[in-house]
Design a protein around this ligand. Sequence first.
Ligand code: KG4
Ligand code: ZN
Length: 354
Amino acid sequence: MRVLGIETSCDETALAIYDTDLGLLGHEIYSQIPLHALYGGVVPELASRDHLKKLPIILKKLLAKTSCAFSDLNGIAVTCGPGLVGALRVGVSFAQALGLSLEIPVIGVHHMEGHLLAPMLENPAPAYPFVALLVSGGHTLLIEAQAFGVYKILGESLDDAVGEAFDKTAKMMGLPYPGGPELAKLAERGRPNVFNFTRPMTDRPGCDFSFSGLKTQVLMAYQHSDKSEITKENLAYGFQEAVVETLRIKITRAMELTQAKRLVLAGGVAANQALRSCIANLSKIKGWEIFYPRPEFCTDNGAMIAYVGAMRLGIKLKKLGPKEVINNQINSQINIQGRWSLEDLSKPADGLLQ
Ligand code: KG4
Ligand code: ZN
């Protein structure tokens, strides 16, 4: 079965084709970063309009690149939440129109399930059960993936997501959008023990996070500093060190709590080298197996959506048969959910496995 994956939940227009026998056939990612950089952050209305403009162009390019015709596609998977509602609506409308004209099933995919299972596109892929740290611009989650579609949230951020804290801290130091990778670059030149920030919520039990206080600490230190390049480098180092250390402590707790032996690191912030090397060292000491998606699949991409869609569509087709799936689709809408917990996928209303 060949499934086209469509991702438009934020500022990337991304498409991919996944074949259940051959694996990933190809993918395309178009980033809107230059469009939003002018405003210092994502402008939702501009994001929606640009997705609409780019989707047909990128699809054409992907079909040519993978030597696929429309008639080779057996299904479409599209991100339907969480994310920017307007941007999601563009992707879902495009997918539904295409599905209707090709008479193939369309399935909605949870964006974070995509991130969670992005390492399944690599070799070796993690076996279930595993613990995953999902760190992106919108989410900070520690999850126990017990089986496909059965996820337990062990901890999450009570305020800013890690990527958001990186971006906001970078912005206040005058770095260009998106600030996360820029701040990480600055931190590479910083020195240890110049700024020592707290490791938020590590003195309390549990696996929840809070990063907005840390961001404020850095802001105060910056405002009272000489604002020189060297100071900025040292502040970036101190901030990144506090984040990585906090994540290390919470990951250790989650692994001990679940007795898991496999750890997945995914989401945009999983591209951070300091985090990767800290967790790699820790895994060696603890004897854990660690899995990451390749860097371009850490950030938003269509491949992870095509993969999850292919798995879910496979289950649905087996259960209902192709005719019933298409009939269901004509009579029902794909629910667009700006906010949507990953744990809901395990509930009968949203899950497809029960
Ligand atoms: O997963 P993603 O592409 O989009 C969301 O769904 O949020 O993640 C983007 C986030 C941004 O906040 C970006 O600044 C952050 O990931 N990011 C990084 C790095 N690369 C991307 N943060 C820290 N260090 C990096 N190297
Ligand atoms: Zn994402």
